[in-house]
Design a protein around this ligand. Structure first.
Ligand code: SOE
Length: 401
C-alpha cells in the first residue's frame, strides 16, 4: 500500500498556531448518484469544518455507470479519476478508505472485497438486502480487522447525540416507550416508474430497509436492543412501468409497514414507515417516554430537541421545551458556526467522514456512537424478523449471532 502523502503546513487563523504537516488519505467512492453525491460532499467539507483534521481526504477515484455520468460526477465532486468497474477501486493502492454508496444489491461483494484488501469501509444503509448477506459482511470486517461504518447518518445529528447522552446519563430514568415513524410520499403516483428501490432482487425490501432501518437504528441506539417484533406490511401499487423492459413489472417489496416492538430492557414501541404518506416529504419523527421525562425530535426541524422533565419546578410552567442544539458545547458543534447557526441533512455525512478519518489515521477505535457493520447486521436481523412476522402473522424474536 502506498505511503500517505504529506501536504504543506498551515497556520490556524484563530490562534496563529502552526499545525504542521497533515497527511492525506486516499478515498475511493463506489456510487455516483444520490448517495455518492452526499458522501462526497461529506469528504470534501470535513477538513474545511474540522480544521485541523487528522488527515485530509484525497478524492482519488469514483466508480459508477454509465461512463458519461460518472465522468461528469468525478469532475463535479472533485475526484482525480473515475472508473466503471468497482474492482478498480479495490485494486488501487492509493485508496485506504472505500465508501460504498451503491444500490443495496451492490453493498456486499465490493465491501467484502475491500475488507480482504485491507481497506477501511463505509457502507450506506441498509447494510445489505437481508441478514444473511449482512452477516457475511460483518464477518469479513471482523476477520480482516478493518474499520467499518454502516452509515446510519441520523446518529450523526447533534440533537440525536444529545438525546443519547441524556438517556445514557439517566435523565429519562427507565425507558417505557419508543415511538417512531418515517414518512415519505414520493411513489404515490401510480405512474411513478419501476426503480431499483421497488425490486426485491436489488433492494431486499421497500420502506422497511430504506426508511424503517433508520428508525430501527435510532431505537437500538437510544433505547437498547430489540427482543421481538410483530408487523404488517402493505404494497399499495402492485405493478409499475419499467422503462428498461418497456412493460409493467411486479412490485415485490413493501410500500409501507407498521410494527409493534419489545426491547430487551422492557420498553415497548411502535415503528412505522411509508412512502405513501401524502404531504410528508422526509418526516422522521421519534419520541421516547421515560419515568423522569420525555424527548421528541423531528428530522425536518433537526437542530431542535424537545424535552419534558416530570419533576421540573415550578410546576405551573412545566411543559415540553425546545433545546436549540446549536451551541459550541453541543456534540460536533464546536467546529461549525457561532451559536444559533444551524446545520442540515448533508452535514451528517461530514460527521461520518470525520469519525472515519480520526479512527483510521490515529489507529484508534471508532467513536462508540458510530454505527458499525455489527449494527448493520443486527438491524438487518430486525428487518427480516419484521418481514417474517408480516408473513406469519406472529410475533417474531430477534435472534443475533
Ligand atoms: C429514500 O427516499 C431516502 O433517500 C433514504 O434512502 C435515505 O436513507 C433517507 O435518509 C432519506 O430518504
Amino acid at each position: 500500500m502506498a505511503e500517505e502523502k504529506k501536504v504543506g503546513f498551515v497556520a490556524m487563523a484563530s490562534d496563529k498556531k502552526t499545525v504542521g504537516e497533515i497527511p492525506e488519505i486516499g478515498i475511493g467512492m463506489i456510487g455516483h448518484a444520490f448517495m455518492g453525491k452526499a458522501h462526497s460532499n461529506g469528504w470534501k467539507q470535513m477538513p474545511y469544518i474540522f480544521w485541523p483534521p487528522a488527515a485530509i481526504p484525497e478524492l482519488v477515484k469514483i466508480c459508477g455507470v454509465p461512463e458519461s455520468e460518472v465522468a461528469e460526477a468525478a469532475r463535479r465532486y472533485g475526484y482525480m479519476e473515475y472508473t466503471t468497474n468497482w474492482k478498480d477501486i479495490i485494486n488501487d493502492d492509493r485508496i485506504k478508505i472505500v465508501d460504498n454508496g451503491t444500490p443495496n444489491s451492490l453493498h456486499a461483494e465490493p465491501s467484502i472485497e475491500a475488507a480482504k484488501a485491507g481497506k477501511h469501509i463505509i457502507c450506506e444503509k441498509p447494510l445489505a438486502r437481508n441478514s444473511a448477506e449482512a452477516k457475511e459482511m460483518r464477518d469479513a470486517v471482523r476477520k480482516y480487522k478493518v474499520k467499518n461504518i454502516c452509515d446510519f447518518n441520523y446518529r450523526m445529528v447533534p440533537a440525536i447525540v444529545l438525546a443519547k447522552n441524556l438517556i445514557k446519563d439517566g435523565k429519562l430514568g427507565k425507558i417505557y416507550h419508543f415511538r417512531a415513524r418515517y414518512l415519505q410520499e414520493w411513489i404515490m403516483d401510480p405512474n411513478f416508474p419501476m426503480v431499483w428501490r421497488l425490486k426485491k432482487s436489488l433492494s431486499g425490501s421497500g420502506a422497511m430497509g430504506d426508511l424503517g432501518a433508520h428508525i430501527i437504528d435510532l431505537g437500538r441506539f437510544l433505547c437498547g436492543e430489540f427482543k421481538s417484533v410483530m408487523s404488517v406490511t402493505r404494497t399499495f401499487i402492485n405493478e409499475r412501468y419499467d422503462q428498461s423492459t418497456k412493460k409493467k413489472e411486479k412490485v415485490d417489496v413493501d410500500d409501507a409497514f407498521a410494527s409493534v416492538v419489545e426491547f430487551e430492557n422492557g420498553a415497548i414501541g411502535t415503528i412505522e414507515a411509508s412512502r405513501f404518506a401524502a404531504g410528508r416529504k422526509n418526516s422522521n419523527v421519534i419520541e421516547i417516554n421515560g419515568e423522569k421525562g420525555s424527548i421528541w425530535w423531528d428530522l425536518e426541524n433537526m437542530n431542535n430537541l424537545y424535552v419534558y422533565w416530570v419533576d421540573e419546578q415550578p410546576a405551573d410552567t412545566r411543559g415540553f421545551h425546545c433545546i436549540n442544539v446549536t451551541e459550541s458545547y453541543h456534540p460536533y458543534y464546536e467546529s461549525w458556526w457561532p451559536h444559533g447557526h444551524i446545520i442540515g441533512w448533508e452535514n451528517t455525512f461530514v460527521h461520518t467522514a470525520y469519525n472515519m478519518i480520526n479512527a483510521v489515521t490515529q489507529d484508534k477505535p471508532l467513536e462508540p456512537y458510530v454505527a458499525t457493520f455489527e449494527d448493520g447486521y443486527r438491524n438487518a436481523v430486525i428487518c427480516d424478523a419484521m418481514l417474517k412476522s408480516a408473513e406469519t402473522g406472529k410475533k417474531e424474536l430477534c435472534i443475533f449471532e
